[in-house]
Design a protein around this ligand. Structure first.
Ligand code: HEM
Length: 404
């Protein structure tokens, strides 16, 4: 089957990138109580060798540092990933450069701008993927749905021809594997640049209704994005917009499938989907930690932090803090809403959150509409969520009724 050919190395990729930790939360809870700002004197982060690393476990401390983006700079992201993503990647910019860049790209990701993509792209991709297995009565939704889904949506937003989706998907896997296979990741980064260059040139000449054209035309105070800035942004969309969303969609489906009463409630009342999405993103964030570097000597939660230290907010810990979320380890779509921190906070707060929410909402709606009596396959091979940095289910083996 073609899809599986495209994804032949997906299993190895996921095993290597996500790691095999089932439960990082017991340890995170212990640290949250015993050492909410933890100092380590060695790390793999690309900051000055002599400087320590701090892991930050509590919500208020994390919120404080993410709001103070002058003291806690994002430039460490470029030190770590600049050769893969490009030196102009907004995730690693500080102000005022970041603000300029973000205002140029943000219009394309507003809720209004996304509305038109819902029918013509997101729904279409969801339906096409489901078409491939709807008559089988069973499926493995990670390989057959959650992974290809956001890649094809990003490819569609960029206006790439459909016959090139499989190639784009292979580059995505390679770029996302950079942490475990550097050479392969760097080669994909270069290949993506070479692939995008003529497309960008063509869209500069003759704009279309796609994201690359919008980026080419975006203008503020007479300033436009340079080509290299656009390439960096396009590459960033793979880790930022594909990896996170495929994992979160998997976590949402896992949460619902393993809590059949909640799944039934959503099936009967689709207006519950937005709160189910938000609970899934809180309960098991696709990305457990992010990173900053201290620009000056400072202090957090009573702990002294010297300039040059790497400081890592543990989002997955803050999201399970007992005094903010009662019974925090429980997936409960009916819990009283309380903001979580999986989208980040402050100037770098996720630019793609409206798109991610839209994708997850459409996924659940179409799967429930088209796969009656959707449930976990009891013969499935112990599906579970795993990972110590990125998290998502190993697999989602499901059964459903076939409509005559
Ligand atoms: C459930 C899915 C998602 C989660 C949990 C998520 C999470 C995050 C987080 C935590 C940040 C902040 C990182 C930091 O402060 O260092 C971020 C930034 C970002 N996200 Fe997302 N994201 C998701 C989906 C998406 C999607 C679908 C897109 C785009 C298509 C996207 C694009 C971005 C971009 C461009 C940034 C950088 C913003 C900036 O630097 O100003 N994300 N995301």
């Amino acid at each position: 089957m073609q899809l599986f050919d495209d994804l032949e190395d997906f299993g190895a990729f996921d095993e290597a990138v996500a790691g095999n930790v089932r439960d990082p939360y017991t340890e995170l809870a212990r640290m949250r109580h015993e050492q909410p700002v933890q100092r380590l004197d060695m790390s793999i982060m690309p900051h000055e060798d002599s400087k320590p690393v701090f892991l930050v476990y509590r919500y208020d401390d994390i919120a404080q540092m993410l709001r103070d983006n002058e003291t806690f700079s994002s430039s460490i992201v470029i030190d770590a990933f600049g050769d893969a993503l490009g030196k102009h990647v907004m995730l690693g910019m500080d102000e005022p450069e970041h603000r300029r860049h973000r205002s140029l790209v943000s219009a394309a990701f507003s809720q209004r701008a996304l509305a038109r993509w819902e029918d013509e792209l997101v729904e279409r991709v969801a339906n096409e993927l489901i078409d491939r297995f709807v008559e089988r009565g069973r499926a493995e939704l990670v390989r057959e749905f959650t992974f290809p889904y956001p890649t094809q949506i990003i490819a569609g937003l960029l206006g790439l021809p459909r016959e090139e989706y499989p190639q784009f998907q292979r580059w995505s896997i390679s770029l996302l594997s950079i942490l475990v296979n550097r050479e392969r990741g760097l080669a994909a980064s270069q290949a993506l640049r070479d692939y995008f260059a003529p497309i960008l040139e063509a869209r500069r000449r003759e704009p279309r209704e796609d994201l690359i054209s919008r980026l080419a035309q975006a203008e503020i105070d007479g300033q436009r994005l340079a080509d290299e800035e656009i390439f960096s942004f396009l590459r960033l969309l793979l880790p930022a917009g594909v990896e996170t969303t495929y994992r979160s969609t998997g976590n949402l489906l896992f949460g619902l499938l393993s809590n059949p009463k909640q799944l039934d409630a959503v099936r009967a009342d689709r207006s519950l989907i937005p709160q189910a999405v938000e609970e899934a993103v809180r309960w098991d964030a696709p990305l457990l930690m992010i990173t900053r570097v201290a620009t000056r000597d400072t202090e957090l939660g009573g702990v002294a932090i010297p300039a040059g230290s790497a400081v890592m907010p543990m989002l997955g810990s803050a999201n399970r803090q007992e005094d903010r979320y009662p019974d925090p380890d429980r997936f409960d779509i009916f819990r009283e809403a309380n903001t979580h921190i999986s989208w980040g906070l402050g100037v770098h707060v996720c630019l793609g959150m409206h798109l991610a929410r839209l994708e997850m909402r459409v996924a659940v709606n179409r799967l429930l509409d088209r796969l009656p009596n959707l449930r976990f396959d009891p013969e499935g091979d112990d599906p579970h969520i795993r990972g110590h940095v990125f998290r998502s289910p190993t697999s989602l083996p499901v059964l459903f009724d076939i409509e005559k």
